[in-house]
Design a protein around this ligand. Structure first.
Ligand code: 3HC
Length: 316
């Protein structure tokens, strides 16, 4: 390294040699900005993602399924708090992030803007959405930003439970009555394409991928991960005896992957743009929860302030 090496060159050299960037390290403003964008939106996705499943906690068909769903929804809350804390290490406050979510400035994953119409949807979310989440999140355990990578290691361990419980739920339905199997098929019909879209725009239309991959925030492109998801899901659907709603799904020996049909990008951008089936309901629910919880925040802050005053008095 010569004296003329610039800070950005030193930074990229650290990234290229697989060093972890920590909160107090020098980093380009754009690196900080894109991490705040991605990590805060990831956290929002976890928190908003509790709503579709939370809708079925009081209606789970057995105490066992209720306990499993409760545990999963609670895990997602923890994932959100982990990720908000990782984002805070970059200099944004929790209040700022929540204001961005509530005002519509910040995004969260499109997948959570669809309704959960039957119990089978809880299985479809566990199997498909959490499979997609695992495929998308495992590479993030190797993200160049230390706090994000470390948060993802813990989160990914819990995601595998989420995916297994969803698949088991669908297995139970598919081995049940004709009506139960039909309910599972209906849920897959509705959740398959939104899950395929979850990986983001096609690579040609991804605004951040190239830079995020150069900074090793992202290790794989959106389409690479999408393809991995499809290749994994097809045999799992066959095992359940369910049909994925894509007539173009076909094994391509030459590619070593499944070919699949055209994605409805109009639908994707409508949902991302706030015009999905449940966008308004989701944000209203989050704003109400935040307002209803104001007294808890005030009490906790007042208690912490009291403790600080006591400690100062004792030290005087
Ligand atoms: N829903 C909403 N917005 C999306 C999206 C989706 N499914 N996919 C992409 N976008 C947005 C991006 O945020 C970006 O908009 P912005 O500039 O306003 O942030 C724009 O579309 C262009 O997309 P890019 O591909 O250029 O953006 P990224 O490089 O950030 O890639 C991503 C998108 C793959 C979602 C990436 O941000 C990522 O990996 N995020 C972390 C993982 C995550 O957030 N997963 C979401 C689900 S969390 C979950 O499933 C929890 C589980 O427990 C259920």
């Amino acid at each position: 390294m010569t004296d003329s090496t610039t800070l950005p060159e030193i930074f990229q050299g650290r990234i290229d040699s697989e060093e972890k960037i920590e909160p107090r390290d020098w980093m380009p403003d754009a690196y900080r900005k894109t991490l705040i964008r991605q990590i805060s939106q990831h956290a929002h996705s976890e928190i908003v993602g509790q709503l579709p499943e939370g809708n079925w906690i009081t209606r789970a068909p057995s105490l066992r399924r209720k306990a499993i769903l409760l545990a999963k929804v609670q895990d997602e809350a923890g994932h959100g708090l982990y990720l908000y804390s990782a984002a805070e290490t970059l200099g944004i406050s929790r209040e700022q992030m929540l204001e961005q979510l509530h005002s519509g400035k910040a995004k969260y994953s499109s997948i959570f803007n669809y309704p959960t119409l039957t119990w089978a949807d809880i299985g479809a979310i566990g199997w498909l959405v959490d499979s997609a989440a695992i495929i998308n999140q495992i590479p993030l355990c190797r993200c160049s930003y230390g706090p994000y990578a470390r948060a993802m290691v813990r989160i990914c361990k819990e995601e595998s439970f989420h995916q297994r419980q969803g698949y088991e739920l669908l297995m139970t339905l598919c081995q049940g009555s004709e009506e139960q199997k039909a309910m599972a098929q209906d849920a897959i019909n509705r959740w398959w394409w939104p899950s395929v879209m979850m990986f983001g725009p096609g690579d040609a239309n991804s605004t951040h991928s190239a830079q995020s991959m150069q900074w090793k925030i992202k290790r794989n492109s959106n389409d690479e991960l999408r393809q991995k998801f499809v290749d994994q899901a097809v045999p799992q659907a066959e095992y359940l005896g369910l049909t994925l709603p894509d007539p173009d799904l076909k094994w391509n020996e030459a590619r070593g992957h499944y070919d699949f049909g055209e994605i409805d990008w109009d639908e994707f951008y409508q949902v991302v743009g706030g015009n999905g089936p449940c966008n308004h309901e989701r944000i209203s629910a989050r704003i109400k929860a935040h307002e209803d919880g104001a007294w808890v925040r005030e009490a906790a802050l007042a208690y912490a302030d009291k403790q600080r005053q006591r400690a100062r008095k004792a030290a005087a």
